[in-house]
Design a protein around this ligand. Structure first.
Ligand SMILES: Nc1ncnc2c1ncn2[C@@H]1O[C@H](COP(=O)(O)OP(=O)(O)OP(=O)(O)O)[C@@H](O)[C@H]1O
Ligand code: SF4
Ligand SMILES: [Mg+2]
Length: 351
């Protein structure tokens, strides 16, 4: 967890929200007409100054949710709200909201055109949004310099004429982040922002994100496979499985006292828990397929509680196979699991 003082505005209106969000794609695998239900009923709020980590295994829908939040994917159903205002998919309104919520992608090399200078790469956003020198805005140079400086590339003028191959991997990622910052966004949506970087520069980029939150109150959704990264940077964690958020809470709540068997399985393979001597919970069953989401609890074919008979003993096995746990509320501490919900309920007759 971040060691910074908590700058989030408790109770403030979320800067970014989704409500009952669904995104379905035509299946890539030619499975008849089955569609990949990549995001399948998600509610999520991000408060001003809050960093939320979105974790889950490959293919669970993290990037699709991230792209829907930035207006790059049009939902099949449900709403995305920026600062409480529903995103409109008409081009002008969409452009305005995209300015406030900027996507930072995993691979800075792919995100940067090798023929363009750093200056051109960072100024591109201003041009797209009609705020460049060409459009009559006089302060383009100053804005580019400020964005580079905020992204830690100082003195910024020294980087203006360099091209991506003249930069290190960490510097390239800083240029991509500067390209987002130049538009003064409220939120960064960072999809695996350090996955392609050497371990030595990962910490620097994560520290940069924490500094941006501390200095400018920037909020962020950080998509990651890495629970250690979530622990180091986030205030809150949302664990995603087959298109749904199955557990949410503060970083301490979710990572030190997980309630959903899927979160427990993810955690059990992380070194910190393995070192404590806990048995890793190996997930069995087929790799999940978003074009064929199981009935009942979507995790039931792989759930260790079902496989071990514990779900039967707890009296939830029937529901595990037939009742889909409801999507989780947008904030707070929750787990989409019948066993966890029953355990949290006060026993009958107990005051
Ligand atoms: N453009 C697309 N067309 C069809 N199916 C897609 C498309 N993009 C994603 N999918 C499918 O949607 C599901 C979710 O994909 P997504 O990329 O959002 O997952 P992810 O959690 O970001 O995975 P990873 O960790 O590997 O990046 C997957 O089953 C994927 O195959
Ligand atoms: S609802 Fe049942 S199958 Fe799903 S995670 Fe909980 S115990 Fe496992
Ligand atoms: Mg992805």
């Amino acid at each position: 967890m971040s060691a910074e003082a908590d700058p989030t505005e408790v109770g403030a209106r979320p800067v970014l929200s989704v409500r009952e969000l669904y995104v379905a794609y035509r299946s890539r695998h030619g499975r008849g007409r089955a569609r990949a239900r990549a995001v399948d009923g998600v509610d999520l709020d991000i408060a001003p100054g809050e960093i939320v980590a979105l974790v889950g295994e490959s293919g669970c829908g993290k990037s699709t949710l991230a792209r829907a939040l930035t207006g790059l994917v049009v939902p099949t159903a449900g709403r995305v709200l920026h600062d409480g205002v529903p995103v409109s998919y008409k081009s002008r309104a969409l452009k305005a909201c995209r300015r406030g919520v900027q996507l930072v992608l995993q691979d800075p090399t792919g995100a940067l055109n090798p023929r363009r200078t750093v200056y051109e790469a960072v100024a591109e956003g201003l041009r797209i949004h009609g705020r460049s020198a060409l459009a009559g805005f006089p302060d383009e140079r100053a804005k580019v310099a400020d964005a580079l400086s905020r992204a830690g590339l100082r003195p910024p003028e020294r980087f203006f004429d360099l091209r991506p191959h003249q930069l290190s991997g960490g510097q390239r990622q800083r240029v991509v982040i500067a390209g987002a910052l130049v538009l003064d966004p409220q939120v960064l949506v960072a999809d695996e922002p350090v996955a392609s970087l050497d371990a030595s520069v990962r910490g620097e980029i994560l520290k940069l994100m924490l500094d941006l939150r501390a200095s400018a109150g920037l909020s962020a959704l950080v998509v990651t496979h890495d629970l250690g990264l979530a622990w180091n940077i986030a205030d809150r964690v949302a664990v995603m499985y087959l298109g749904r958020i199955v557990e949410t809470g503060t970083v301490e709540e979710v990572l030190t006292a997980p309630q959903h068997p899927y979160t427990r399985a993810l955690l059990s393979v992380v070194a910190v828990v393995a070192k404590s001597g806990a048995e890793p919970a190996i997930l069995t069953g087929e790799t999940p397929d978003s074009a064929a989401i199981p009935t009942g609890c979507r995790f039931h074919p792989r759930c260790p509680l079902v496989a071990s008979g514990e779900a039967e003993r707890l009296g939830v096995a029937g529901r595990c196979l037939t009742v889909d746990p409801e999507p989780l509320p947008a904030s707070g501490r929750h787990a989409a699991c019948h066993a966890a919900r029953d355990a949290a309920r006060p026993a009958a007759g107990v005051p």
